[in-house]
Design a protein around this ligand. Structure first.
Ligand SMILES: C[S@@+](CC[C@H](N)C(=O)[O-])C[C@H]1O[C@@H](n2cnc3c(N)ncnc32)[C@H](O)[C@@H]1O
Length: 200
């Protein structure tokens, strides 16, 4: 089901929340902005020409904490060039603000090189974080490297939704409640809600 649970108020620079629902699983692909040099006549990153992007403060201020159950899992996409160090690491501040603790990562190997100013990016990271009392997943058959060809600008392959669903059922059982934040498609699945401004 599509849910309009958050709204960003540009004037007051704050999010409003419009739900009392709580979820066991949050799957999230934030509309990140990348620090890029201006080249002459203005320059937009690939993402900025496809959808509105947000800076880290706006993303951290999203009240994800308010829609997560006390025991919950978070799966967060973090692109490799902004996943490390202190100055270019969006993952840790987001987890801290949303009150989750880092646990592990899945790597999406896109099987071909893409863009990249230092190295050409072939992998993207899906961070796995949790809060509350959560057991180890013991996904004995699941490697942390998932190979799948690219599927369009910023589109994530369905195989990750399937892996998340397997983890979710293992951890919380069949009545698990899941939400995808900043989703672009909303296939009917009983367990899932979807939030995003490009949903169709
Ligand atoms: C990185 S893309 C998500 C791509 C998606 N995971 C997929 O597989 O297609 C981020 C999405 O967040 C949306 N978005 C940006 N600002 C938003 C806002 N204030 N509220 C809701 N969605 C927003 C963008 O329009 C874009 O569709």
């Amino acid at each position: 089901m599509i849910v309009k649970i958050f709204k960003y108020d540009k004037k007051n620079k704050e999010w409003t929340i419009n739900t009392k629902k709580k979820y066991d699983i949050i799957y999230c692909d934030t509309p990140n902005t990348f620090k890029m040099k201006k080249t002459g006549a203005g320059f937009k990153s690939g993402a900025e020409s496809k959808y509105p992007v947000m800076d880290l403060d706006q993303i951290c201020a999203l009240p994800v904490d308010k829609i997560a159950k006390p025991n919950a899992l978070l799966f967060l996409w973090v692109q490799t060039p902004i996943s490390g160090g202190t100055s270019n690491n969006i993952g840790d501040p987001i987890l801290d603000s949303w009150k989750f603790h880092f646990r592990s990562k899945l790597y999406w190997d896109k099987m071909s090189i893409g863009m990249g100013s230092d190295f050409r990016n072939q992998v993207e990271e899906l961070w796995y974080a949790r809060r509350g009392t959560i057991k180890a997943l013991h996904m004995t058959r699941q490697s942390n490297v998932v190979r799948h060809k690219r599927v369009g600008h910023s589109v994530k392959p369905d195989v990750f939704r399937k892996i998340i669903e397997d983890c979710a059922i293992k951890q919380f059982g069949k009545n698990v409640k899941m939400i995808e934040l900043f989703a672009r498609k909303a296939p009917f699945r009983r367990k899932w809600d979807y939030f995003g401004n490009q949903l169709h």
